[in-house]
Design a binder for this molecule. Structure first.
Ligand SMILES: *[C@@H]1O[C@H](CO)[C@@H](O)[C@H](O)[C@H]1NC(C)=O
Ligand SMILES: *[C@@H]1O[C@H](CO)[C@@H](O)[C@H](O)[C@H]1NC(C)=O
Ligand SMILES: *[C@@H]1O[C@H](CO)[C@@H](O)[C@H](O)[C@H]1NC(C)=O
Ligand SMILES: *[C@@H]1O[C@H](CO)[C@@H](O)[C@H](O)[C@H]1NC(C)=O
Ligand SMILES: *[C@@H]1O[C@H](CO)[C@@H](O)[C@H](O)[C@H]1NC(C)=O
Ligand SMILES: *[C@@H]1O[C@H](CO)[C@@H](O)[C@H](O)[C@H]1NC(C)=O
Ligand SMILES: *[C@@H]1O[C@H](CO)[C@@H](O)[C@H](O)[C@H]1NC(C)=O
Ligand SMILES: [Cu+2]
Length: 579
């Protein structure tokens, strides 16, 4: 039996970034990330793609719970960059979190920065991605944390695990698309393809060779580590004739949940068990597919990426690397249609924390502070002397509580650490500036302007915080995946329409709510999340649809130091990039 890594290499699917060195407990895992251009071809378009170590998707990081991790990032392109370790708590090490101008200044051209952190009390599937402009379009990869204890579910999946990373591919330059959007204030060009592990699959022109094919042995159970690294799209995913059993989301175990398909928002991860228990036809293949879950009226990429599960046969070793694909690839009948909000809602409502003795659910039963915030698109009047090509010759923006977040020119964490934040700290409005029917028909259609600023909420260490995220109908209601840095949170409630503070909290799940780092807030609805603010520092809270973050759907969040030294943010590392 080949080893795990050999098998991966044999399959030619993933290049694993093996630790360069390890020592005694707790081990320190060292990695080297070179940010560099690489010519990559998809859909018969060759372009210079920003990559890590020349890989697309980037290398998979594999560590164990408790490990110290050091990733030296060498920036070898004439651009700024940063890397974010999405979902890693970064307890006291906010300096290693990555969002540009929030926790660090960018790593300049030709410069290096070593991200140092410890993986504390976390296990499962996370990922990493660039956190500067739209670089994460191609700069992303899996971050896998193996547990110290056996999996709390059965059957135990065989190795290797199967990473399934969704992404988007543009034939054009992503930088140009972003610049164009900023210049004219219009919606960005949508992508030309979705990808599974960087491969669009045969439903796209000139793409048969770029199809993800996973070989499986009949009767065995596999762990699929599914990551949505797409820039701007929530996705449905299904495998024909196979059910999926969700066992973990965002690196937190769940009660096993059997489903015909999943919905996964950008930023989220979902581990599912799949048993190869079907009787295949003569092709020995079953199709898998992902398509967008659509809640927007903006132009979007409505295409479908597919790959295949190929059952191992007695000829397995002799079979060619790329088997012949069906000439008309079928879609999995269990793949939900694009507008299936019913399925998305049913699926998300089925997710529950495991809440076992070993893995208790630490949801705050009471809260010390509640923040209610709208999450909204905006249509800004065109400033004089500008050409605006958004809707009605205006510019698109987005906001929380009518504040469109402006990134400062220096890292907020650094400013906070040096106590230079006076006046900036606690000025994010705790509730919408005025009440209206947020999800009514075209509210305030005449004035969809927003305000601009760098506003934050600040809470003392240990605060039990509730944030109610309220979608609005500005332009159109939309499902927004809201990501919180530095903390996991519990999704204690959600619903459609307007949050009703007198009624809805009585339906909260305070027993086994799903624990996540990214919540897909229902289209035209709300979600209530609770967290223990136990990680001192400055953190970013934002929509993980990149276009919305660019438009300002974000805020800052400060957790003050606690009284004990162990409750204080560590001093900045000496190689922290300067602005
Ligand atoms: C990409 O291809 C172009 C044109 O062939 C070439 O000039 C360039 O050096 C290549 N870039 C890389 C990173 O290989
Ligand atoms: C956006 O798409 C349009 C239409 O396909 C195309 O003409 C334009 O060049 C694209 N813009 C960028 C920046 O790629
Ligand atoms: C897969 O499911 C489809 C639809 O339910 C069914 O028609 C087909 O026979 C199944 N294929 C196999 C190989 O079991
Ligand atoms: C707009 O352009 C005119 C002519 O170039 C200039 O005089 C004016 O100051 C500009 N206004 C603003 C607000 O930039
Ligand atoms: C908000 O508007 C919607 C759609 O018009 C309506 O169904 C709902 O009753 C309104 N809610 C409130 C609280 O007025
Ligand atoms: C948002 O702020 C703008 C600019 O101050 C204002 O015109 C608009 O009415 C505000 N909208 C809401 C919903 O508060
Ligand atoms: C890179 O970041 C630095 C520090 O914020 C800034 O001064 C510089 O203009 C940026 N360069 C580019 C090419 O964006
Ligand atoms: Cu959004």
């Amino acid at each position: 039996m080949e080893s795990f890594y050999q098998l991966l290499l044999l399959l030619g699917i993933f290049i694993v970034a093996l630790p360069m060195h390890s020592s005694s407990s707790p081990p320190t895992r060292l990695f080297q990330f070179n940010v560099e251009w690489r010519n990559v071809t998809r859909l018969c378009h060759t372009k210079s793609l920003l990559t890590v170590n020349g890989k697309f998707p980037g290398p998979t990081i594999i560590v164990h719970e408790g490990d110290n991790v050091q990733v030296k990032v060498n920036n070898r392109v004439p651009r700024n960059t940063t890397i974010h370790w999405h979902g890693i708590r970064q307890l006291r090490t906010g300096w290693a979190d990555g969002p540009a101008y929030i926790t660090q200044c960018p790593i300049g051209a030709g410069k290096s920065y070593t991200y140092k952190f410890t993986v504390i009390d976390q296990r499962g599937t996370l990922w990493w991605h660039a956190h500067f402009s739209w670089q994460r379009a191609s700069v992303y990869g899996a971050f896998i944390i193996y547990p110290r204890m056996p999996y709390p579910f059965s059957p135990t999946p065989v190795r290797p695990d199967i990473p399934i990373i969704f992404g988007e591919w543009w034939n054009g330059e992503v930088e140009a698309i972003e610049n164009d959007m900023m210049l004219y204030g219009r919606g960005p060009n949508s992508s030309d393809a979705y990808t599974i592990n960087g491969l669009p699959g045969p439903l796209y022109p000139c793409s048969n060779e770029d199809t993800f094919i996973q070989r499986v042995e009949p009767g065995k159970t596999y762990l699929l580590r599914i990551i949505n690294a797409a820039l701007n799209s929530e996705l449905f995913f299904a495998v024909a004739n196979h059910t999926l059993t969700v066992v973990e989301i965002d690196s937190v175990y769940t009660k096993p949940f059997e489903t015909s398909a999943i919905m996964i928002a950008p930023g989220q991860t979902t581990n599912v068990l799949l048993t190869a228990n079907q009787i295949p036809d003569s092709t020995n293949m079953f199709v898998m597919a992902a398509r967008p879950y659509l809640t927007s009226v903006f132009p979007f990429d409505n295409s479908i990426t597919i790959g295949f599960l190929k059952y191992k046969t007695s000829n397995f070793e002799k079979e060619k690397q790329t088997p012949k694909l069906p000439s008309v690839p079928p879609l999995p009948p269990n793949l939900p249609p694009m507008e299936d909000t019913g399925f998305a809602t049913h699926f998300l409502n089925g997710l529950r924390s495991l809440a076992s003795t070993e893995y208790p659910c630490r949801v705050p039963k009471k809260v010390d502070r509640q923040v209610i915030t709208t999450i909204s698109l905006n249509l800004q009047d065109c400033p004089p002397n500008q050409t605006c090509k958004g809707y009605r010759d205006k510019r698109f923006f987005a906001s929380m509580n009518n504040q469109s977040f402006v990134r400062p020119s220096m890292s907020l964490l650094e400013t906070h650490y040096k106590k230079l934040l006076a006046g900036l700290s606690s000025n994010f409005p705790g509730k919408p500036p005025h009440e209206f029917n947020y999800t009514g028909v075209d509210p305030l259609s005449e004035n969809m302007n927003t305000e601009f600023g760098t506003k934050l909420i600040e809470v003392p260490y240990g605060t039990r915080l509730e944030i109610v995220l309220q979608d609005t109908n500005f332009l159109n209601p939309e499902n927004h995946p809201i990501h919180v840095h530095g903390h996991n949170f519990f999704v204690v409630g959600s619903g459609f329409g307007n949050f009703d503070s007198s009624k809805d909290p009585s339906y909260y799940n305070l027993v086994d709510p799903p624990e996540r780092n990214t919540v897909a807030v229902p289209m035209g609805g709300w979600a209530a999340i609770r967290l223990n603010a136990d990680n001192p520092g400055v953190w970013f809270i934002h929509c993980h649809l990149e276009e919305h973050t660019t438009w300002g759907l974000a805020m800052g969040f400060i957790v003050k130091n606690g009284p004990k030294p162990s409750q204080c943010v560590l001093p900045p590392p000496s190689d922290l990039p300067a602005c």
